[in-house]
Design a protein around this ligand. Structure first.
Ligand SMILES: Cc1cc2nc3c(=O)[nH]c(=O)nc-3n(C[C@H](O)[C@H](O)[C@H](O)COP(=O)(O)OP(=O)(O)OC[C@H]3O[C@@H](n4cnc5c(N)ncnc54)[C@H](O)[C@@H]3O)c2cc1C
Length: 387
């Protein structure tokens, strides 16, 4: 595929990270990419693939070595995400597993919780999920209805969750539940439920527009009893604050994915328009094609530089929620626009599943929805306007 930016290199990309990039590229293109179609068909990535990724060192790269992780930084995670996506391996929910679920346990878990759950997450034996969204509430997280009520040393959890990534494969799920339903957001706690706990049930693996290999599920909790020691955080009622602290990283991660997908779409499209002939010339030679691609390339580079800047801020602990929201909203909006333009330049071929741009179009749409909708991102950004 044609490289897009001849003269731009991310300022954070060190020699060590370039070596990781090469290794990750090789792993995802040889070990995972050939299975993309079969996994799309199955609607899920098999657990062996998770274990393979774990054994190769591509899960939990940021997690300290003492818990079995790679001992790297968020930049290591970034490099792995980029190569996974460049290989079109969208089904493996590694971003949720390594960059969302593991950090909650690492940042808020007790030493015993870390020792118990993190090492098998690093090997891929235990897949992680996080369950916030419910059938009746998504954007309004404070309105979750799932309850976790104390009974002796336990919590008894009741409720249902939906659209949960890794729901079919998960060995543990962080559940957003009300430990004090009378307190609104202040009554929310994060509680880890292991998948073999009685009362935990997986529902359907939901059929969806794109990202077919990524399992997305309903989960049910019926008198599901877990020890109070499964709560993340020493105090009850800290869940909403913990979510607000971690969501900027999730949003940055979605923005990074958007940037990779824009670059990939442009690469495939350049290959196509250089080959395809119409009216006796290459499709690239029409002024419309050149101008459209010039616009897309400019926007993709702006996105890349902005996200690189956010990344550097993030590893320095300086990325604020509003800036992460800007990155998520703007890049995913541009991803959808650019992929649409690129599909158009393919003509009918763009609508055919055998061309990657067709799959990318379907896969892109959810980027504006999950991790907080783009309307919620604008809400968060607008709170900084009048302060
Ligand atoms: C493929 C996929 C994977 C997902 N993975 C997970 C997961 O792993 N874990 C998890 O917990 N969730 C997951 N989700 C859920 C996702 O985060 C929610 O769908 C999303 O946050 C929106 O919530 P909702 O669907 O309830 O929409 P709603 O909140 O009902 O929103 C409906 C519409 O109203 C708009 N709206 C709502 N509130 C406002 C407001 N204040 N101002 C303006 N507009 C507003 C929204 O922007 C949207 O356009 C996933 C979703 C998908 C599609």
């Amino acid at each position: 595929m044609t490289a897009i930016f001849e003269n731009y290199e991310s300022p954070w990309l060190t020699e060590e990270l370039t070596m990781l990039q090469d290794a990750a590229r090789k792993f995802f293109t040889t070990e995972m990419q050939p299975h993309n179609d079969a996994w799309d068909e199955a609607g899920v990535v098999p657990l062996e693939a998770w274990r393979k990724a774990g054994a190769a060192g591509f899960l939990c790269a940021e997690m300290p070595v003492e818990y079995g992780g790679g001992g790297g930084s968020y930049l290591h995670e970034t490099v792995i995400t980029e190569e996974q996506l460049r290989a079109g391996v969208l089904g493996l929910g590694n971003q949720v597993h390594s960059q969302i679920v593991a950090p909650y346990i690492l940042n808020y878990g007790s030493e015993a919780q870390k020792q118990r759950w993190l090492p098998t997450m690093a090997t891929g034996e235990t897949v992680g999920a996080i369950a916030m969204t419910e059938p009746d509430t998504g954007s309004d997280l404070q309105a979750v209805r799932t309850t976790a009520i104390k009974d002796g040393d336990d919590y008894v959890i009741n409720g249902s969750k939906t659209y949960i990534s890794n729901g079919q494969n998960c060995g543990l799920v962080i559940v957003v539940a009300k430990t004090d339903p009378g307190l609104g957001g202040k009554g929310i706690s994060l509680i880890v439920v292991e998948a073999d706990t009685p009362g935990f049930k997986r529902g359907r693996n939901l059929k969806k527009l794109g990202q077919h290999a990524a399992d997305t599920s309903e989960l049910f909790f019926e008198d599901c009893r877990v020890p109070q020691a499964n709560r993340l955080g020493e105090e009850e009622g800290r869940g909403f604050i913990q979510l607000m602290q971690q969501l900027p990283q999730e949003r940055l991660n979605i923005a990074q994915a958007a940037v990779v997908e824009m670059e990939r779409a442009l690469g495939y499209t350049l290959d196509f328009v250089k080959e395809r002939q119409a009216f006796g010339q290459r499709v690239l030679d029409f002024q419309n094609t050149k101008f459209k691609l010039a616009e897309c390339k400019t926007e993709a580079l702006i996105a890349r530089t902005f996200v690189d800047q956010c990344l550097i801020k993030h590893v320095n602990g300086e990325l604020d929620a509003a800036t992460a929201s800007m990155a998520k909203y703007w890049t995913t909006q541009k991803q959808c626009e650019i992929v649409d333009e690129c599909l158009q330049l393919h003509g009918g071929a763009g609508y055919m599943d055998e061309y990657p741009i067709s799959r990318m179009y379907k896969d892109a749409r959810v980027q504006k929805i999950y991790g907080g909708t783009n309307e919620i991102m604008k809400e968060l950004i607008s709170r900084t306007l009048d302060g």
